[in-house]
Design a protein around this ligand. Sequence first.
Ligand code: ZN
Ligand code: ZN
Length: 172
Amino acid sequence: MINRLSSQEAKELLKEIAARQPAIILDVAAMLSARQPVEDQPGPSADQPSWCVCRHCPMMDRDQDKICCGMAPQYCDSQRPEMGLVITDPLTLHIQQTYRNDVFAHQAVDVEDTNRSFRHAAYRQCVLWIHGRLQRDDRRTVPACCVKVVRAKFPSLTGNYTGFIPGRGVGW
Ligand SMILES: [Zn+2]
Ligand SMILES: [Zn+2]
């Protein structure tokens, strides 16, 4: 059946599948990324951490935060449109916080608090997007490239980023 599809039909079918199962696009990106010949990828630059292959990760202080999405640069998770649509969109995050009765959002009194609560919600959203629903003791973290986008959107005015807190699952 698949062999009989024209390339246009195959494209439309893939879009249809992606509309029904949005997270599948991450799997498609991972497959395309894995096929990317290494020689087509630019060499590391001086400001790129040695552990990053997507070329969008910043330097991170703590070893546990040095995690790359693992994609080729053009398929980097942090560059996907979903980042703006569901990870860093304030209304989406507000709805998630309301649904979860989020104490960080409730107790926020200034921009610093609000941005911290949005970062917290955005990381939670990111883990759900990339890894699916977390199990109780599942401590998967957010790739540094995505952390960079979230911090740029919801910065701490004092540069106070607490990082991943394993004991509380996803917490920043
Ligand atoms: Zn990276
Ligand atoms: Zn990346």
